[in-house]
Design a protein around this ligand. Structure first.
Ligand code: GUN
Length: 295
């Protein structure tokens, strides 16, 4: 068997095209505020990509840059200003943050209605409670869309997730559980990892270990979602799955690059548009909805 390649680039392009139409129909231009702290090179590249993709679908992306030595209180105060600004629909704080800043404290300071990354404890709680109104983090949402793009039913499928991060592993487990999958979350301390992965109908690899998932870890016909983006010594990118081997036994597989990555940005933009639609009232100077910061 040779797997069908799930073309994340094409799926994401379709979603962005649809978003561009919807932003035109929105009562105001959606505004995404991106908070960028310090000089992390990868973060700068991610933010540049988000800004470019936002512009292409008619979302205004404003980047607020702070020195890597900023204190926690000063950063919280700037986030409060964005919470209070009725023109800002969505706020994200690019991670990682410098060591003097507690990321949980910062993320829990974002107004949940503007939390388009879905990282605040409020939105994670709604997701855990299977609440439809939860803002779901972009990568798990993108993974779900890619799985749905295969046309395969998710009900009762055994998903094995490799990695338990707050950004991918945990929220993906909750989201797929909410879609009636049976979910196992594995991590660096899991005993006999390959034996567990071999039981999966769907594998989500999100551990940041280049090509760790081998052909003999995979049940024939399984669906493979590779979230890893690792740079090899020769400068090339690879995922957490040994693509060339595993594609010989899987039914569907995402490539790296061009799989999950483009979906993450598209889903962030979708979350921003949805926040703008919820905040349409806040662009009226008489708004007292309480979500826009008490304008
Ligand atoms: N750092 C790595 N991935 C992400 C993401 O999806 N959102 C934010 N804010 N920071 C990240």
């Amino acid at each position: 068997m040779t797997a069908c390649i799930i073309d994340g680039k094409a799926v994401a392009a379709g979603i962005r095209k649809d978003l561009a139409k919807k932003t035109t129909a929105c009562s105001h231009t959606p505004v995404l505020a991106v908070v960028l702290v310090g000089e992390n090179e990868a973060s700068r590249i991610y933010v540049r990509n988000k800004k470019k993709a936002a512009a292409e679908v008619g979302i205004r992306c404003e980047v607020f840059e702070f020195s890597g030595s900023i204190g926690e209180n000063a950063l919280l105060s700037s986030i409060q200003d964005l919470n209070d600004d009725p023109h800002v629909d969505g706020i994200i704080v690019q991670l990682p943050l410098p060591p003097q800043i507690n990321p949980q404290k910062v993320l829990s300071h974002i107004n949940p209605g503007k939390d388009v990354d879905g990282f605040s404890p409020y939105n994670v709680g709604l997701l855990a409670e299977r609440e439809e109104s939860a803002v779901v983090a972009a990568t798990p949402k993108g993974i779900l869309k890619l799985l749905e793009s295969t046309g395969e039913s998710l009900e009762g499928k055994h998903v094995v997730i490799i990695g338990r991060s707050n950004i991918v592993g945990r929220p993906t487990a909750l989201l797929l559980l909410n879609h009636d999958c049976t979910v196992t979350v594995t991590h660096s301390k899991t005993v006999n990892l390959s034996d567990t992965v071999r039981q999966a109908d769907i594998v989500v690899a999100a551990c940041g270990c280049p090509k760790i998932v081998k052909k003999d870890w995979i049940k024939p016909g399984a669906i493979i979602i590779d979230v890893g983006i690792n740079r090899l010594e020769d400068g090339s990118l690879c995922g957490d799955v040994d693509f060339e081997e595993v594609k010989e036994t899987a039914s569907y597989i995402t490539p790296v690059p061009g799989g999950v990555g483009p979906m993450t940005v598209a889903m962030l933009l979708e979350n921003t548009l949805e926040a703008a639609q919820r905040h349409a009232c806040c662009h009226d100077e008489n708004c007292h909805c309480g979500r826009c910061g008490g304008n």
